[in-house]
Design a protein around this ligand. Sequence first.
Ligand SMILES: NC(=[NH2+])NCCC[C@H](N)C(=O)O
Ligand SMILES: [Mn+2]
Ligand SMILES: [Mn+2]
Length: 299
Amino acid sequence: MKKPISIIGVPMDLGQGRRGVDMGASAIRYASLQERIARLGYDVRDLGNVNVPTPESHRVENKKLKYLPEVADVSNQVARLVENQMKEDRFPIILGGDHSIAIGSIAGATQAVKKLGVIWFDAHGDMNTEETTPSGNIHGMPLAVSLGLGHPDLTHVGGFAPKVEAKNVVIVGARDLDAEERNLIKQAGVSVFTMHEIDKMGMSAVMEEAICIASEGTDGVHLSLDLDAFDPREAPGVGTPVLGGVTYREGHLAMEMLAAAHVLTSVDIVEVNPILDVENRTARVAVDMICSLLGQTVI
Ligand SMILES: NC(=[NH2+])NCCC[C@H](N)C(=O)O
Ligand SMILES: [Mn+2]
Ligand SMILES: [Mn+2]
C-alpha cells in the first residue's frame, strides 16, 4: 500500500550565513516534485509553506546561536505539522530551507513514531553545539540537538529531549567535520560512514549497514537529506559545498535501497540554494532522489 504524501515547505535561511536557501522549496517544486510523485501513483498533497521570519527584520542576539528564538519558533511549527500529518497516516516530505529545519521535523516525527532512527545524509556532521560551533549557524547543530545536546530552546522543541538515541543514528557521506564536532560524534556514539567507507566498501554495503543501524529496534526511520552530501559537480546549488562527494549514481542506489527496505516514515530535503545553482540542477537531483526513495524503478 502506498501511504499518501504531504509536502511541507519551510523557507528557512536563519540557520546559516548565505541567503538564497529560503528559495529551496520553491526550486524543488518548480522541478515538478508534485507531478513526479503523482505519476508514481501516490495521493500527494502540498500543504504550502510554514511562516518563517525574514532575517532583515530581526537582530542576531547571540553570535553562537544566530536567530535562536526565530529558529525555535519555526521548529515548533514544523514539529506540530509533521506530527499531525504522520498521525493521519501520511508520509511527510519536508522541503528546506537550511538544515536547521530537521530540528522540527525530527521532533514531530518522534511524536508520531514511538522510537525513531535517523539516517543523516550529509557532507557534514551537524553535531555542533553552542560551545563547539565555529560559525554560530544553527544548521550546523540539528543532529546534536536531536540527540539532546545543545540549547534547551532547541533540544526541547515539542516538550521533550532527547528525540533519538545515538545507537539508531547514522551519518552517511561525511567529509568535513570540525575538530570538536568530531569528538562530540565519537563521545555520543553516533555511527559514521565517511566518503572513505563509501569508496572502500561501496555504497551498497554502506547502506545495508546504515539501514540496519537506523531500523534495529525502531518503529520508523527519518531520512535527513542534505544536498551537499552529493558532489558539487552534480549538485552545485548548496551553501557549503565540499569536494569529493556522493555521485548521482551512488545516491540513486542509496535511495532505492531505502525504498526496498520499507523503513522510512518521513524525510527532509535541505540546503538547496537556487541562487548558487546552475539551471536548477540541484533541485532536479533532489526530485530524482525523492522519486527513487518512493519506489521509482527503471523497469
Ligand atoms: N547543514 C549544513 N550544511 N551544515 C554545515 C555546517 C558547517 C560547519 N560545521 C558549521 O557548524 O557551521
Ligand atoms: Mn547538513
Ligand atoms: Mn551539509
